[in-house]
Design a binder for this molecule. Structure first.
Ligand SMILES: Cc1cc2nc3c(=O)[nH]c(=O)nc-3n(C[C@H](O)[C@H](O)[C@H](O)COP(=O)(O)OP(=O)(O)OC[C@H]3O[C@@H](n4cnc5c(N)ncnc54)[C@H](O)[C@@H]3O)c2cc1C
Length: 554
């Protein structure tokens, strides 16, 4: 956002940046709040949006101490390598400093405030002003506020129930020894973060005689084991070589295409149209053989074919096979194209998803998103090697708990995991240690920490209308997220607040608010189902700066 404002070249405004921690730029995932030394990025320098200097150039400027600390050889490092998240945080912080120097050079007034938490935001529409309140009770008035507060992991039971963790963050809290099985809820990147930390405190990774990574349990942790619980019992897909490291960002639907399809489809964007345009059609020229196989498949059929393949493979065997496929892809610089295009589809669908009908949104949530979330994880190779070593040492397992699997926190500590297994038998297993690792939760509009926005109804819950009232009525019988509003139409309540295409918040009359912009991912998950990180920040900030400064930047 800062870079976008700077690039506008305008100096007729001033910018105040409030950061509750003591560091600007790194954010949650790339600072101690979200990473330890063992955590690495799943993207490389060439895949991130351009900042000021490239990661490769920046690494060359690092002191010997930092290079040794992060075990980086600057002569071998390049923009195709993933890196420790804490190192990436240092890169982002350094980029922030460079941007500040640039701002000074053009005469843009920027003030930064560290250790300043914003606790409330109050809108004054009549005066066309917004007030912010800080934790120290001071209040300040602005013309505009852009909320970029990123990740949030609310605590429900952690701290009250021993051995129960609502998230694995900050990972320093998992630096303990246990001599019992640990339940992890989830099996993707967040789970891997927790697993990498726990493993290090309960044993050791070593190379065997053939240079293969193995894991040895610590002497006093013989009963340590990690059991991942996932809905479908599947492991995420592995990072491979991308043909277009920026995932065909230009392929997203134009405003005109969205408008035309909505006009032809009763006022809603059709998911089938997006699936065809942003996925199937992209194979036509590049991979004609694959196109001929999928061209007549519906979205549901395509997902079924791919998921069935996964469902019939033992998860760790498939993990190994995909690891080998990914190694070959990286070595030969050849993409696993259908996976790459699924990431393209996920990105392309993100912004216009708010225009789907509720019928299509439900199809998206039930069918396509589970597949996309597996494929776009892009698990880095070293994480895969550690997971395979743990599995081979008998320390890591995954089980399918289906849609109704649930943890039940226990007052004495830990949780009971209840689920129906693949043979239809009900299971209830007690774990002294339970870690919720399902990833950033989609928060409700009521969870917004700026209560004045909720109380004064400056924000409204995100909802998506059913195209067909009969379908809405039928769904309402079985789905408590569906309701009929005063306009007699049925709506599906989706997580978070309503925003428009420019990330401006909207009230319940769908009136946009020109003063307040929201790009913090936990609160906009309903209208933006995929928020995969820095590429989202790049796309959202462009729309915000255009609306804010009433410019059209490329
Ligand atoms: C654990 C983790 C690992 C990830 N790894 C990758 C990866 O490897 N590759 C990738 O592409 N994507 C990754 N992502 C996703 C992506 O990088 C992030 O979504 C992105 O960095 C979010 O940036 P942000 O600035 O919106 O939020 P954040 O990074 O969360 O930053 C928000 C900032 O706002 C501050 N703040 C919060 N509340 C307040 C307040 N009330 N007042 C003042 N300041 C406040 C916080 O201290 C923080 O510095 C990861 C996400 C997570 C959670």
């Amino acid at each position: 956002m800062f870079k976008r404002l700077l690039e506008s070249g305008r100096t007729d405004f001033s910018l105040d940046i409030y950061e509750k921690s003591d560091e600007l730029g790194a954010g949650m995932p790339y600072s101690k709040a979200g990473a330890n030394a063992e955590h690495i990025t799943n993207v490389s320098g060439n895949e991130i949006p351009e900042l000021v200097t490239s990661v490769e150039e920046w690494v060359k400027t690092l002191s010997k101490d930092i290079l040794v600390h992060f075990r980086i050889d600057p002569d071998k490092f390049n923009d195709y390598k993933v890196m420790p998240r804490l190192l990436f945080g240092k890169y982002l912080a350094a980029q922030f400093d460079l941007l500040k120097i640039k701002a000074d050079a053009i005469g843009l007034s920027v003030e930064t405030f560290l250790g300043k938490e914003i606790t409330d935001i109050i809108d004054y529409p009549e005066e066309n002003k917004v007030k912010i309140k800080l934790a120290d009770e001071s209040e300040l008035e602005y013309d505009n506020v852009i909320i970029c507060t990123g990740h949030r992991w609310p605590k429900k039971f952690e701290g009250k129930i021993p051995g129960y963790f609502d998230s694995p963050y900050p990972p320093s809290k998992l630096a303990f020894k246990v001599n019992h099985p640990v339940a992890v809820k989830g099996s993707s990147l967040t789970a891997i973060d927790g697993i990498r930390t726990l493993a290090r405190h309960n044993g050791e990774f070593k190379l065997d005689r053939n240079d293969k990574l193995i894991f040895e349990l610590a002497a006093e942790c013989e009963d340590f084991k990690i059991i991942m619980h996932s809905r479908n019992g599947m492991l995420p897909a592995i990072r491979f070589h991308l043909e277009d490291p920026h995932l065909l960002k230009d392929s997203i639907l134009s405003k005109e295409e969205v408008a035309q399809n909505k006009a032809e489809n009763g006022g809603f964007l059709s998911l089938d149209y997006v699936f065809d345009k942003n996925f199937k059609q992209l194979f036509k020229d590049k991979r004609p053989e694959f196109y001929s196989v999928i061209k007549d498949l519906s979205m549901e059929d395509f997902v079924t074919v791919v998921m069935n393949k996964r469902a019939h493979s033992e998860p760790f065997k498939l993990f190994k096979a995909e690891y080998i496929e990914a190694e070959e892809s990286i070595e030969k610089e050849e993409s696993v194209y259908w996976k790459e295009l699924l990431a393209v589809l996920s990105f392309a669908m993100n912004y216009p998803a708010k225009y789907f009908s509720a019928e299509d949104m439900l199809r998206l949530q039930k069918t396509l998103m589970p597949l996309i979330s597996i494929v776009i994880a892009f698990v880095p190779q070293s994480s895969v090697e550690e997971m395979m070593a743990l599995h081979e040492a008998g320390v890591l397992e995954i089980i399918a708990v289906g849609g109704d699997g649930e943890e039940e926190p226990q007052e004495k500590g830990g949780a009971i995991y209840r689920y129906t297994d693949e043979n239809g038998v009900e299971q209830a297993n007690y774990f002294e240690t339970f870690i919720d690792c399902v990833g950033q939760p989609h928060l409700s509009y009521k969870d917004l920490p700026y209560q004045s926005l909720v109380e004064q109804k400056t924000v409204s819950p995100a909802r998506i209308q059913f195209k067909n009232n009969e379908a809405g009525s039928k769904e309402a019988d079985v789905n408590d997220k569906v309701e009929r509003l005063d306009d007699k139409n049925y709506y599906l309540n989706v997580p978070g607040i309503a925003i428009n295409d420019n990330f401006q918040i909207m009230d319940k009359f769908n009136a946009l608010n020109e003063r307040i912009y929201m790009m913090a991912v936990p609160y906009i998950g309903g209208y933006n189902p995929d928020y995969s990180g820095l590429d989202f920040c790049e796309a959202a900030s462009e729309r915000i700066v255009n609306a804010l400064l009433k410019t059209e930047m490329a």
